[in-house]
Write a protein that binds this ligand. Structure first.
Ligand code: COA
Length: 159
């Protein structure tokens, strides 16, 4: 069955934390996913999940403040990688941000993350700058690349 993409709901939080921990060396905490999935505490962040028959195989977390969206996290479980889920999740997040009025989307990526960098470039993100020594990594730190893409937000939906 093909995956469908839907908004995350509060009960998804633990699964999203597990998916994140399966692919990220510095995953988000359960509490962070709980806040994002609940859409509470004034946070502008939201998440979409890729699910197949109830099983969640990937997610994207994004936020929008006024006309600017940010991709905060994206992950696909190892056994489903390279099947197009990352691209679908990212495009779905961009489409939602555009519907909400965003005209620009920002993200940060580890310099050594070749897979994510290629995905972002393929989808139209361009390099804006470098944040030196931004991310912790085993035995030191590494740079963050700052990337952005223009969106087609609808002016009268901006608020
Ligand atoms: C980055 C990530 C979300 C991509 O998800 P995915 O479902 O595997 O990506 P897709 O199958 O949609 O790939 C889309 C494109 O991205 C690029 N890409 C994805 N994985 C790649 C890899 N391992 N090596 C090189 N390019 C890769 C390719 O251009 C690919 O297109 P193609 O398969 O037609 O060549 C996934 O690798 C992941 O979860 N990584 C760990 C978490 C992470 O690094 N998140 C990003 C933090 S900024």
């Amino acid at each position: 069955m093909p995956h469908s993409i839907r908004p995350a709901v509060p009960i998804d939080a633990g699964t999203l934390a597990a998916v994140d921990a399966s692919v990220n060396s510095h995953p988000w905490s359960d509490a962070q996913f709980t806040a994002v999935c609940a859409g509470t505490d004034g946070s502008p962040a939201w998440a979409l999940v890729a699910a197949d028959d109830g099983r969640i195989d990937g997610f994207v977390v994004a936020s929008r403040v006024l006309d600017e969206a940010s991709i905060l996290s994206i992950a696909v479980v190892p056994r489903q990688q390279r099947n197009g889920l990352g691209r679908s999740l990212l495009l779905a997040a961009i489409a939602r941000a555009e519907r909400e009025g965003a005209v620009r989307c920002l993200l940060e990526v580890r310099e050594t993350n070749a897979a994510a960098r290629r995905l972002y470039t393929e989808i139209g993100f361009a390099l804006d700058g470098v944040r030196k020594n931004y991310y912790p990594r085993e035995g030191g730190r590494e740079d963050a690349l700052l990337m952005s893409r223009e969106l087609k937000g609808t002016a009268n939906e901006r608020a």
